[in-house]
Design a protein around this ligand. Structure first.
Ligand code: TYD
Ligand code: MG
Length: 457
């Protein structure tokens, strides 16, 4: 029977389909999530294709299934391996997103070159740059005589045919947004194209065991462009973040079927590509000769490593509608902290603009940053610096209580190692044995924190 193409509309959230476009998804009720996608009627349809993502096998109990550890190949970039959970997995699909110019292509080129030198066949598919541009970059990175195979191509069918022919162990697709399939009528780069092409490549990876890395663009809001299903489809999602004006870059795992999430890899962009930073604890501190008002050092725990990050606050008299702005920290959390400060410590910022910033372009999501944010705000409000060598961490609750942060001892030890001498922390994080060189002030409530500050201000 001849396969006949038919256009369907499917939801980017739940995957439900409809024969015509609807504003509201009939499956999950979400608005404006239906997008055009082609289905083939009479041949293999999209569902049977999707089902085949995992090879079919007989039903067995969990106890009977042999649990094999996945085979991993380290890329040789230690910081990248750390976020991947040890290395690339055979047949695993990694999606890596980040702003333009942050270093995605650079990192992946370095990684595949390392793998190729280690004896693995690699293929780098470039849709954004020509082969010559990639070669130029490889020279700049000092990757002389690189044997990485490069394909400048954007058509999915040709890419798949090349992978089939060369049978590499690792494929990089830079980027998934440039790949298009002739089987779809929609324009290259459209959501339908990105999704279908990613699904085809994922299927290829699973059936042939090729470790596949897809580079994805991010939107202005910072999410990976294209449908959320892209994140569901792949095994690992990594985000490249950092301030393009500074040389440090973070790679964060936000989903990993083969390792821990929230692990981060730290890199520095140099003249000759990205270099891993194996001891990143002090890179997000700015250098002040004298302590300045509105600055407080936070010890945050990123993945398995503590890092010291300077939190800056500026509190300034405002016009009729005061602003609360934050860079690298959650704005809603800032509004909540200001309310707690008012209600439970009697410090009002109602007629003030409040700006807070995490230095170096890091994004801090953990609530243990609360206490340091409030200390920076209080310091700016009073125009008095916190003492030299001061640090803080702890979560602040709506009742004004200060709750412990996970793995407090490790945070304190790292700070002491870097020469910090005064710590303001929740009582439950108090070290059992004194830490050399570190004076610890423990508190239960936010008003006690301000009480401790008064001795210096
Ligand atoms: P790139 O990897 O092209 O970013 P992406 O693929 O995420 O868009 O990185 C480009 C930036 O990195 C560019 O601004 C120049 C800088 N760079 C260096 O500083 N050193 C280097 O060795 C290389 C190759 C790039
Ligand atoms: Mg690029």
């Amino acid at each position: 029977m001849m396969a006949k193409e038919k256009t369907l509309f499917s939801c980017t959230e739940c995957g439900d389909t409809s024969p015509k476009w609807l504003g509201k998804c009939p499956g999950c009720g979400a608005w404006n999530t239906l997008i055009e996608s082609t289905s083939v009627v009479g041949g293999q349809n999209r569902y049977s294709q999707r089902m085949s993502l995992a090879p079919a096998s007989a039903v067995a109990t969990l106890a009977d299934i042999e649990a094999q550890d996945v085979a991993r190949t380290p890329t040789g970039q230690e910081e990248l391996d750390r976020v991947l959970g040890g290395g690339l997995v055979t047949g695993g699909v990694v999606l890596i997103g980040g702003d333009p110019g942050i270093g995605k292509s650079t990192l992946l080129l370095q990684a595949v070159d390392g793998l190729q030198r280690g004896g693995m066949a690699t293929l780098y598919v470039t849709g954004e740059e020509s082969g010559a541009q990639v070669a130029l970059r490889s020279r700049r990175l000092g990757l002389d005589h690189s044997q990485v195979q490069v394909l400048a191509e954007t058509q999915l069918e040709k890419i798949l045919a090349t992978i089939d022919k060369l049978a590499p162990a690792v494929v990089v697709i830079d980027s998934i947004q440039t790949v298009y399939s002739d089987a779809l009528t929609s324009a290259p780069g459209s959501v339908a194209q990105v999704r279908e092409c990613a699904a085809h490549l994922t299927r290829m990876a699973k059936s042939s065991g090729v470790a596949t890395v897809l580079v994805g663009h991010v939107t202005k809001e910072g999410a990976l462009a294209g449908p959320r299903v892209l994140e569901h489809m792949v095994d690992t999602v990594l985000y490249f973040e950092g301030d393009t004006h500074s040389s440090y870059r973070l790679v964060r795992a936000i989903k990993n079927r083969f390792g821990a999430v929230n692990e981060i890899g730290v890199f520095a962009m140099t003249e000759r590509g990205l270099r891993g930073v194996s001891n990143p604890s002090a890179i997000f501190l700015s250098q002040h000769e004298q302590p300045v008002p509105g600055s407080c050092v936070l010890v945050t725990l990123e993945g398995t490593r503590p890092m010291l990050v300077e939190i800056q606050a500026l509190v300034d008299s405002a016009g009729p509608s005061p602003r609360r702005l934050s860079v690298g920290l959650d704005r809603d959390r800032l509004a909540m902290l200001l309310a707690v400060l008012h209600r439970h410590a009697g410090v009002a910022c109602m007629d003030q603009d409040v700006f807070v910033n995490a230095v170096g372009g890091v994004r801090i999501a953990e609530p243990a940053a609360d206490l340091a944010v409030l200390m920076a705000i209080q310091s700016s409000l009073r125009g008095r610096p916190l003492p030299q060598g001061f640090l803080s961490f702890g979560e602040v609750g709506l009742a004004g209580e200060v709750r412990p942060a996970p793995r407090g001892q490790e945070r304190l030890r790292e700070a002491a190692k870097l020469g910090f001498s005064e710590a303001l922390i929740p009582r439950a994080n108090a070290p059992k044995k004194p830490i050399e060189g570190l004076r610890v002030h423990v508190i239960d409530r936010i008003d006690q924190a301000l009480e401790v500050l008064r001795q210096w201000q």
